[in-house]
Every structure is written in C-alpha cells, then in structure tokens.
Design a protein around this ligand. Structure first.
Ligand SMILES: Cc1cc2nc3c(=O)[nH]c(=O)nc-3n(C[C@H](O)[C@H](O)[C@H](O)COP(=O)(O)OP(=O)(O)OC[C@H]3O[C@@H](n4cnc5c(N)ncnc54)[C@H](O)[C@@H]3O)c2cc1C
Length: 403
C-alpha cells in the first residue's frame, strides 16, 4: 500500500505553507483576536479569499466555494499548526448558526446573514439555557407571542456566552404554550441591542466575565427572523447543537495545544534537566499525543462521512465528550509541568505565557458542562449510540427488569 500523497496534494501542502510563511506580518497579535477587531477581520477575509477557512461554503454566501476534500482540509489544518499560523474564526455564529442556516434557512436568510457572519461583521450568541432549563432544555419558559405582526419576547436566559460582545442572538422561545413541550418552541434570531433586551455580565471562576444573564421585556422581533416553522424550533435547535458539539470537541485543537506544550518542555527545566528529557513527563506526553492523534483520525472519519452524506451515528456522539475532556487533561498536564509556577495567576513576574494554561485549566472544565454536560453526553451515547434502555425519569416507576 502506498500511503504517500499524490503530487497534487504535496503541491497544495507547499502552497499553504508558503502562504503561512509569507502572510505572517498580516496576522493579528494576541490582543487582536476578537472577532470584531479590524485586524482579525482583515485576516479572516484573507483566509476566505485563499480558501483556508469557510472553504466549502458557497461563494454566493461569502465562502470560498470549493468542493469538499478531506485531504485538503487536513493539509490546511496541519500546515497552520506546523507554522503556528492563526486559523479562521470559530465562534457561535460561524460554527453553529451558519451551518444551521445552510441546512434549514431560507435562501433569503442565507444571502442576508451568512457573509457578514463569516467576515466577523456580525457576532452571535446563543440564547438557549434558562435558570430552570439546562440539561432539560425543552422545558424552557421564555415566551413569545405575536402582536402587530411582530414576535414579542418575555423571559430570561442565562449562561449566554459572549452576549455582551455580540450584536446578534439566536434564541429558543416558547411560541405555542399549549403544545407538548418539544413542539411548542421556535428558533428566532435578532439584534441584541433591541429595546427590551437587558444583558448583565456574570463572572466565572477564571476571574473573567464571559457569561451573561439576558432579560427580555416585550422585546420585538420581525416575523421573518425565524429559522424553520413556528413550533419546529426543537428540530432546528438540534441541528445547531450537533455543530456546537463538533466545535467544542474540535479534533484538531488538541494537536495544536500539544505542540505548544512540547515547545515549553524544550525550554523549561526541572533540577537542571529539560522537561522533555524527564521520563515521567514524556510518558504523559506520549499518552496525550496518542489520544490527540486518535481524535484527529476520528475527525477525518467524520469529515469523510459528512462529505459522503452518510450518518456517522455513534462516532459523532463521542466527539464532544472526548474532545472536551482531552483538552482539559492537556491543560492539566501543562499546569503540572510548570511546577510551583503553575499556581501563579494574573500579572506576576514569573508567570509563563500570561497564565494561559492556568486559565485553560479552569475554563476547559466549564466546556465539559457547556453544550451538554458529560453526564448528558454519556446518556446520549448509551441511548442513541449503543441502543441501551432510556434511563428512568425522576418520579416515574423504574421499568421492570425481565426475568
Ligand atoms: C462554559 C459554558 C458556556 C456556556 N455557554 C452557553 C451559551 O452560550 N448559551 C446557552 O444557552 N447556555 C450556555 N451554557 C449553559 C449550558 O448549556 C448548561 O450549563 C448545561 O446545559 C447544563 O445545564 P445546567 O447548568 O442548568 O445544569 P443542570 O441541567 O441543572 O445539571 C446539573 C447536574 O445534573 C446533571 N444531570 C442533569 N440531568 C441529568 C440526567 N438526566 N442524567 C444524568 N445527570 C444529569 C448534570 O450533568 C449536571 O452535573 C454554558 C455553560 C458553560 C459551563
């Protein structure tokens, strides 16, 4: 078996590497990576023009319009990792709302909303969770009724990541209060600075504030700012969740992080020995590398299935659980490697890499919860992937065990 890539693909690899090397001076710095930063937006446009992000999104919606090609996608991601080049934006708009619109939006919605989202002009947040509806999302109570040809929203969302920096929100609301809970929800989207919308920041354990509570008091939304039909929001929401779980468990993210850790292991020493030469740390590194490599190949399987329009079944369900836990283990390894410096945080002279690993250690713990907790993922895997019996609901009699 010849596993070498053909000349076409080797030439493509060279082309991507050349781009990365030549364009480094245009790449935004660490403080310019927010989606609304002009330098980040210019970089994003450059990547789209070359097909290194939004590669398969049709040109008429602002993408590059290439045919799907698993190997080329893989080559792009490898070349960007090798050369430490910043990739395309990945956020709730680009990685979740855009694919939802591509799948279920109207032609007009695709033309109106996808391009400015890809370019970072619109930044989106996701209004799903409520104070009493997290894992049991379909029990959500934020309501919308119709008045003078507009949806009018009242209620509250919570844990809305980035709402304070977003100009748009996609949001689940109950529009059919008399329908069964999964049938009464609609998927609306709107500007976050509309009158009647109040966003309040919530701090998290990293010390930063990225979540929000969002309150709605008679907030008005045009009737055409709905994806899918009225009452069909649960199906639309599941399409978005599928992409969210893929984004959160991104199989390539772990490989990129490990590369940074290897650089650190070459630079830092313990008792005069480079960390990379310490057998205990090398052992942990290799274990994590094996898991990251397995995730990357798993990502290729999923990409292949999606190009062939096949249902990847169980394979897709494990990505979020495995990817988020692996990222947390990697951050935990980095903190251990730093020894006593690993407990430093904030602006202190000896802190390494601006405390990024300490931040990730805490933040990644949250990502095991966000987008569906690890326990819920395990329920989904067992019930939908492995065909095991549904777990009994609280307050309902346990199913009889056959003799
Ligand atoms: C970093 C982060 C970012 C987030 N960003 C957003 C966002 O942008 N938009 C948004 O809408 N929401 C967001 N969330 C909220 C997130 O979706 C919810 O926190 C999550 O769905 C869990 O809901 P909950 O917090 O209400 O916990 P609960 O549902 O109350 O769960 C509490 C505990 O009970 C367990 N549990 C609940 N039901 C079951 C069951 N049936 N079987 C086994 N165990 C169960 C859970 O696993 C958990 O451990 C974010 C959360 C985090 C941590």
């Amino acid at each position: 078996m010849d596993l070498k890539l053909s000349k076409e693909y080797e030439d493509f690899r060279q082309e991507v590497r050349d781009f990365c090397e030549k364009s480094k001076d245009q790449m935004p710095g660490p403080r310019e990576i927010g989606a609304s930063d002009p330098k980040r937006q210019a970089w994003q446009k450059l990547l789209i023009e070359h097909g290194y992000t939004a590669r398969t999104i049709p040109k008429e919606y602002g993408g590059y319009g290439a045919e799907p090609d698993v190997l080329k996608s893989r080559i792009i991601s490898e070349a960007f990792t090798e050369t430490k080049t910043l990739g395309g934006l990945s956020n709730q708009g680009i990685s979740m709302f855009v694919p939802t619109l591509l799948e279920l939006g109207t032609e007009e919605q695709k033309k109106r909303w996808i391009k400015p989202t890809l370019e970072g002009t619109h930044v989106w947040c996701q209004g799903y969770s409520e104070p009493n509806s997290g894992s049991d999302l379909a029990s959500l109570q934020t309501k919308a009724h119709v008045e003078d040809g507009m949806f009018v929203i009242n209620g509250q969302k919570i844990w809305t990541s980035g709402a304070h920096e977003s100009d748009m929100m996609f949001c689940l609301v109950r529009t059919e209060p008399d329908a069964p809970k999964h049938k009464g929800i609609s998927y609306l989207f709107f500007e976050t600075d509309n009158p009647g919308i109040d966003r309040r920041l919530l701090p998290n354990m990293t010390g930063a504030a990225s979540f929000n509570e969002v309150f709605f008091t008679d907030a008005k939304v045009p009737m055409d700012q709905i994806v899918g039909e009225r009452g069909d929001g649960w199906n639309v929401c599941n399409a978005t969740l599928k992409h969210e779980r893929g984004m959160l468990g991104d199989p390539n993210a772990a490989g990129t992080r490990l590369k940074t850790i290897i650089d650190m292991m070459h630079e830092e020493t313990l008792d005069g020995q480079r960390l990379i030469d310490n057998p205990v740390y090398r052992d942990r590194l290799v274990q994590l590398q094996a898991e990251a490599t397995a995730m990357q190949y798993h990502g290729l399987r999923l990409l292949t299935a999606s190009i062939k329009k096949e249902n990847p079944g169980l394979s897709r369900l494990i990505v979020k659980l495995q990817g988020c836990e692996l990222n947390h283990q990697i951050a935990s390894f980095a903190v251990d490697l730093l020894g006593e410096l690993g407990v430093l945080y904030g602006q202190t002279p000896l802190v390494r890499n601006n405390g990024t690993w300490q931040f990730s250690y805490m933040y990644d713990l949250g990502l095991i919860i966000g987008g569906g907790t690890a326990q819920i993922q395990k329920n989904i895997i067992s019930e939908h992937g492995l065909g095991m019996p549904r777990e009994p609901k609280v307050g309902q009699p346990k199913p009889a065990i056959p003799a």
